[in-house]
Ligand binder design. Sequence first.
Ligand code: UDP
Ligand code: MG
Length: 311
Amino acid sequence: MVFDSDIQVCLLFPCFNEEENFELLLLKIIPFISNYKYSILFVDDGSTDHTREKLYDLASKNSRINYISFSRNFGHQNALKAGYRHSKGADVVITMDADLQHPPELIPELLEKWKQGHKVVNTIRNPDPNTSFFKRTSSRLFYKLYGFITGTKLVPGSSDFRLLDKSVVKVINSLPESSPFIRGMISWVGFKQISVEYTAAQRTNGKSGYTLVKMVNLAISGITSFGISPIRVSFLAGSLCSFLAFLYGIYAVAVHSLTDKTVIGWTSVIASVLFLSGFQLIMIGVIGEYIGKIHIQSRKRPDYIIEESTI
Ligand code: UDP
Ligand code: MG
């Protein structure tokens, strides 16, 4: 018989400029985990406000609270990666946003599913009318494209609010890839997984750290981290285009030699040149993306640099 008080729960929060949210966050979170042997780990992702000072204060007052502070902004996914690496000893690790958009009320349900034997408890965000039209549509499009291109299933609305058993954390920590796309890695590792739904709240204070550029980078990194199908797609599409161009060429030659019409018009030439050169540019981009990945991986630079840490 295992008592809740014997279970080590680690709550992991990546934070980028979240100085105003910590008090309320702790106030709301702690009641849901106080029965457990809990610890709280904040990863300050190079915040430019007083996040680090606040974390220093919190950690010095409460031995259950620890933090890691990056030397600059390395991104949410790297903050999660660092957090998982430093969650040693915990039986379960729950990752959440520090802005209270992920409802703490869901924590008991996540733990319940874990007690039933699930090694990964994912959460799915219900469509939220308060999210901007652009974010909703681009997110939906991303999940569709991701599934189509990578062949790895990701449910639309998947977020980085999840519970992992320590055995899964161990596997994630053992994967050496840089620029991780954690959501995809979790779906890839297998184990017994389940999802629960939630409705996201409004951000409590501050503003979203996910700029458009960061979202686009995450989407590209997510897709190209998983397999080489984009190269295959472009190869197939390239072959199809060349085949069509070949047929058109035969047609043009036939019309030119069998009739006396002026066949090769400027419009058709320019249209096919534009189409093919556009397609080639796309292919070069796709290949470049993979070469970039190889380059990053071969450089073997760390994904993050820790400047200050209490663990
Ligand atoms: N975050 C981070 N590094 C970044 C951007 C965001 O660690 O470069 C953290 C942020 O503090 C929050 C979580 O990641 O805890 C989700 O980010 P945010 O709330 O800004 O994204 P949104 O909810 O708007 O998608
Ligand atoms: Mg948020």
